[in-house]
Design a protein around this ligand. Structure first.
Ligand SMILES: Cc1cc2nc3c(=O)[nH]c(=O)nc-3n(C[C@H](O)[C@H](O)[C@H](O)COP(=O)(O)O)c2cc1C
Length: 213
């Protein structure tokens, strides 16, 4: 499927059939997620694939019994990983070693890493932002495979951590991604702002005009 076809056709899917999702399709979506960009190439994400009914049921409970969680044959739990994030200096050095980042850019960055203590919570916010990119790669790959998927951000994080036995020192849940074969008819596009509503030209508040050369 053409990339823009995938973008235009994707919808949050909340109704799923029982048909199982193959391991191969799950892996294709995870492969797409793995390729996402991340700050410092830190890749501070993990994906827990839940297919066993008992585990999915528990996750659906933690997600306030949202319909999409109850029906999906797979729930992928997108997790932030502080341990991987802390290895990001190594990841940046790798970029220098392979020539993707210049040694000059690295020395500027190195100083920033050294100087930056950062307020509490900043690190988790950065991890979350990176995870969202990987999650959207996953979602778009699912759409390209004509699988249904829905971002679920409304869940009890403490409960999900407990269900999965996460070590809170290292991992925290960012989102649930119920995945399956859609039971819904193709849905009309959801409302979106127009480009001129959201894009500014050269200065804040001056709308981008359609057809600008
Ligand atoms: C970060 C995030 C969290 C979301 N959480 C939920 C959720 O908890 N439950 C739900 O039904 N949809 C959730 N959604 C889906 C949005 O409602 C949906 O993306 C939006 O209405 C636009 O519709 P579309 O995805 O079909 O284009 C979430 C989406 C994002 C990006």
């Amino acid at each position: 499927m053409d990339f823009f076809e995938v973008l235009r056709g994707r919808r949050s899917c909340r109704r799923f059939g029982d048909r199982p999702v193959s391991g191969k399709d799950i892996e294709t979506c995870l492969e797409a997620a793995r390729l996402a960009p991340s700050g410092s190439n830190a890749q501070p994400w993990r994906f827990l694939v839940a297919r066993k009914p008992k585990l999915r049921l528990a996750l659906a409970e933690a997600g306030y019994r949202q319909e999409c969680l109850g029906e999906a044959p797979v729930i992928v739990v997108l997790l932030g990983d502080r341990e991987l994030y802390r290895k990001r200096v190594r990841r940046v050095k790798e970029l220098v070693d392979i020539g993707a980042l210049s040694p000059e850019a690295w020395s500027a960055l190195e100083k920033r890493y050294r100087d930056k203590a950062g307020p509490a919570g900043e690190e988790d916010a950065a991890i979350r932002a990176n995870c969202m990119l990987a999650g959207e790669h996953y979602v778009l790959a699912a759409a390209a495979l004509e699988l249904g998927c829905c971002w679920v951000g409304a869940f009890d994080a403490a409960k999900v951590s407990e269900i999965l036995g996460l070590d809170a020192k290292y991992n925290f849940p960012v989102a649930l991604l119920p995945t399956g074969h859609p039971l819904e008819e193709p849905q009309p596009p959801r409302p979106r702002y127009s480009i001129s509503d959201i894009a500014w030209k050269e200065e804040a508040g001056r709308p981008w005009e359609a057809g600008t050369a």
